[in-house]
Design a protein around this ligand. Structure first.
Ligand SMILES: Cc1cc2nc3c(=O)[nH]c(=O)nc-3n(C[C@H](O)[C@H](O)[C@H](O)COP(=O)(O)O)c2cc1C
Length: 173
């Protein structure tokens, strides 16, 4: 399948089989994140694999958006390791870096037949406590994943995309 077709057909999966995602498959997904570009190549992403009964239960105390997925990746960045735009406004790159890393992993998962939903609707304080995060780790994205249930389907929002002329501007306002 070519990349554009993969990107069009990927959707947020919110109904999964119970079948676990093997560690070999998870490792291939993690590898896609490892090779992602990051600002100044600082690679500040720090990822926790959550695929055991106890850690999945801990995740459920942080978000309602696991959707019964048998695995999840908690994607943090180390705020002491990410690049900062120091010359201008000192903006940190961590959230952008996590966005790229997570997108790589999401698309790799799709290419392996693993469904995902990117979850931002979580309680960061609860995540920090449940997973004993170091103070310098910022939990930024959770990628819940598993094999799509036979009746899993895209939500209507999947196909509700704005027209190109709403998204690309030419600054002649
Ligand atoms: C940064 C980000 C945060 C998101 N957070 C959530 C979330 O917390 N819960 C959820 O069910 N979906 C979440 N989504 C999924 C979006 O709702 C979904 O990608 C969007 O509606 C388009 O649908 P599609 O992914 O099926 O194409 C998130 C997606 C992104 C990119």
């Amino acid at each position: 399948m070519d990349l554009m077709q993969l990107m069009q057909e990927r959707y947020s999966c919110r109904k999964f089989e119970e079948r676990p995602v093997g560690r070999d498959v998870i490792e291939r997904i993690l590898e896609a994140g490892r090779v992602a570009p990051t600002a100044h190549n600082e690679q500040p992403q720090r990822i926790l694999v959550i695929d055991e009964k106890e850690t999945l239960a801990a995740l459920d105390r942080c978000t309602k958006c696991r959707f019964g997925a048998p695995a999840a990746l908690l994607v943090c960045y180390d705020k002491t390791a990410c690049w900062h735009r120091a010359r201008y406004d000192n903006a940190p790159s961590g959230e952008v870096d996590v966005g790229i890393v997570t997108t790589h992993m999401m698309l790799m998962a799709a290419s392996l037949g693993v469904g995902t939903t990117w979850v931002m609707h979580f309680d960061p304080a609860a995540v920090r406590t449940e997973f004993s995060l170091p103070e310098n780790f910022v939990p930024t994205a959770i990628l819940v994943m598993g094999y799509p249930a036979a009746d899993a389907a895209p939500a209507p929002a999947h196909s509700e995309k704005k027209a190109m002329d709403e998204l690309v501007f030419d600054n002649k306002f």
